[in-house]
Design a protein around this ligand. Structure first.
Ligand SMILES: [Zn+2]
Length: 465
């Protein structure tokens, strides 16, 4: 039951962590890794994974039957245990389509009802709370349990199996954790989580100057699994390709952002390995994973997916629409017909050559963004800067506008009266991250900056290169 406590105090722990020397950071990262490994590899974890692997033989009918059954259970539990759903109509689910009688939950509604969406069936000391930033900054605190963290991990391991990788193979990770203090300008830019055989690399210290250290580190870990945000791995791949010497890794797993074809090609060339992409979210509503045939499969036991058009009607095959998710696994905070803001389409290409009948979905997610280059040459991906917004809850939109070579403007559309204060906190954090060579200012705006087609990039780079 320690994970809820650790998560609740993560900022205080981070402050302490930032002030200890590198070897102590390894120890702390390993201790944290040990707790997570205890959750992920609890005695029943192997059974869960075996079950999931058996589902790969399901027929279309078995998949539908599972989804109908999970929808019934989810609805029943939600009406019984979750205040927000208490007044929902008691509809009978005979077919998955029956779900359409219930309202679609907008992100804003979920944000406003975060507490009423918590299940009374899960004791508060068992709830893990974690922040989730939207594509443009509006924040949501989600709740889940250790049991869900374990199930979720089993789903990830199922995809590892598709890539021919066994659990606990050594891996190099580039996700959003602040594992090295922002001010540090010499190696190590990494820590080790030894119980889980994982090396974590900082995504906040990548620059032309630090690239040799990163590449040398990767070379020492050649042949291992590499995982990270696509935009971060693409920056790293650029450095590798510039050097003209590939660093072969075993396989690459990407998630957390759209993986564009150009980035995939770069990553595969630099690391001489197949990329397996996946789409998930902190709300634990659903999961889409790439198989060995390069197709994106919905995980049907994880959540139910609808793709709806502008009028709220189901989009046909090949027609892009909004993702609307109903979570099967998250009992602590069940979300029913949750319109998450991402988009995609059903792929109508017949069964996948991998043999699995899991539906094929292409997340198109029209989030696109520039990269921010600080005065000292460090490169920040949208995902790296998104980490600054994790605590923010009062801003409707927040964008980083790089308008002059040495200036970035934090541009905020307020959600409520606390927005100005939070904006200044984000400004200060960005200033600390970018260092004295950059000037960070902040301003309130009435509307976000949109690209043609309505895209709202997190980073708007207006500096000609
Ligand atoms: Zn497949």
């Amino acid at each position: 039951m320690l994970e809820p406590l650790i998560r609740a105090n993560i900022n205080r722990l981070q402050g302490f962590y930032n002030h200890v020397p590198p070897p102590a950071r390894d120890l702390i990262a390993s201790a944290r890794g040990w707790f997570l490994a205890r959750i992920r590899y609890a005695p029943d974890a192997e059974l869960i994974l075996n079950d999931l692997r058996a589902h790969e033989n399901w027929t279309d009918r078995e998949i539908s039957a599972c989804q109908v059954c999970c929808l019934r259970e989810t609805l029943e539990r939600a009406r019984r245990d979750v205040p927000f759903y208490a007044d929902y109509p008691d509809i009978q689910i005979e077919r998955v389509e029956d779900l359409q009688h219930l309202p679609v939950l907008e992100r804003e509604t979920v944000r406003e009802n975060q507490e009423r969406l918590l299940s009374r069936g899960i004791a508060s000391h068992r709830r893990i709370r974690a922040g989730r930033t939207g594509t443009t900054g509006a924040n949501l605190t989600v709740a889940y349990t250790e049991a869900l963290a374990r199930e979720n991990w089993a789903f990830l391991l199922r995809q590892w199996a598709w890539a021919g990788v066994a659990p606990r193979e050594p891996r190099v990770t580039l996700f959003g954790a602040q594992i090295v203090p922002a001010k540090r300008n010499k190696p190590p830019f990494w820590v080790y989580n030894r119980p889980d055989r994982q090396a974590l690399l900082s995504i906040f210290h990548l620059s032309e100057k630090t690239a040799p250290a990163y590449l040398e580190f990767l070379r020492r870990h050649e042949g291992q699994v590499l995982e990270g945000f696509p935009s971060v791995l693409a920056i790293l791949a650029d450095f590798v390709l510039l050097r003209g010497e590939a660093i072969p890794m075993r396989v690459v797993f990407t998630t957390g952002e759209p993986l564009y074809p150009a980035a995939r090609a770069k990553i595969e060339a630099a690391f001489q390995a197949r990329v397996f992409d996946s789409y998930g979210m902190t709300e634990y509503c659903g999961l889409i994973q790439e198989c060995e045939e390069g197709q994106m499969h919905l995980a049907p036991e994880y959540g139910y997916l609808e793709i709806l058009d502008e009028q709220g009607q189901p989009a046909g095959p090949g027609e892009e629409g909004y993702f609307v998710w109903t979570s099967f696994l998250n009992e602590a905070m069940p979300l029913i017909r949750y319109r998450i803001g991402d988009r995609g389409l059903w792929q109508d290409s017949g069964p996948c050559a991998c043999g699995r009948a899991f539906p094929l979905v292409v997340p198109t997610i029209t989030r696109e963004s520039d990269v921010l280059r600080s005065a000292d040459g460090r490169l920040f991906s949208p995902r790296a800067l998104n980490q600054l917004l994790k605590e923010a809850s009062s801003m409707r939109f927040c964008q980083f506008v790089h308008d002059r070579p040495e200036r970035v403007v934090v541009r905020v559309v307020a959600g409520n009266s606390r927005a100005a204060e939070e904006m200044m906190q984000v400004r200060a954090r960005l200033q600390e991250l970018l260092g004295p060579g950059m000037q960070v200012t902040a301003e309130l705006a009435v509307a976000p900056l949109a690209r043609p087609g309505g895209k709202l990039p997190l980073i708007v780079n207006q500096v000609p290169r």
